[in-house]
Design a protein around this ligand. Structure first.
Ligand SMILES: Nc1ncnc2c1ncn2[C@@H]1O[C@H](COP(=O)(O)OP(=O)(O)OP(=O)(O)O)[C@@H](O)[C@H]1O
Ligand SMILES: [Mg+2]
Length: 145
């Protein structure tokens, strides 16, 4: 891992976001900048922080996936665990209350019966799955496109 030069401000912002997450405060941070400026290097530096204390899911795009619907969401959410069926006793047969959302996402991701699904519906379903996972443990999703 190369040492980052001159990125103390950005590293401090990222550390602050991690601290928010650890304290149970949801946070979103977007890194934007020209090619080669060091966005991926900053993210790699962040995942080196070993004491996050939650689930870290990382997704990195590859050109072949540009043709796949919702490739990033599919990769990220597929890596989030779900509880065993019925474990939480919420009666929906999925265990963590995200059964309908998971089904919506499976169809949006091209699995199961083909069915047109709007982006809003996909977004809402993704939020449900993430929220359920985050009820169990802190969740950090890292996307590098
Ligand atoms: N602040 C820095 N200190 C040291 N090396 C750096 C720094 N920023 C970037 N680099 C190095 O420059 C190269 C390009 O950085 P990186 O791949 O992170 O850029 P990027 O913003 O992700 O580019 P892209 O938009 O093409 O994905 C890498 O080898 C990285 O290690
Ligand atoms: Mg990059």
């Amino acid at each position: 891992m190369p040492v980052l030069v001159g990125r103390e401000t950005e590293q401090a912002r990222l550390a602050a976001v991690l601290a928010d997450l650890r304290a149970g405060r949801p946070a979103l941070l977007a890194l934007a900048g020209p090619a080669g400026i060091g966005k991926s290097a900053l993210l790699a530096d962040l995942t080196d922080i070993a004491d996050y204390g939650g689930r870290v899911v990382r997704w990195r795009g590859v050109p072949a996936q540009t043709q796949l619907p919702f490739a990033a969401l599919s990769g990220l959410l597929g890596a989030l665990p779900r509880d065993d069926a019925g474990r939480n006793g919420d009666g929906d047969g999925d265990g963590d209350g995200s059964g309908d959302a998971r089904e919506t996402l499976d169809r949006a991701f091209g699995r199961g019966e083909p069915h047109p699904i709007g982006r809003l519906q996909v977004g809402a379903a993704a939020m449900t799955v993430i929220a359920r996972a985050a009820e169990r443990e802190p969740v950090l999703l890292l996307v590098d496109d």
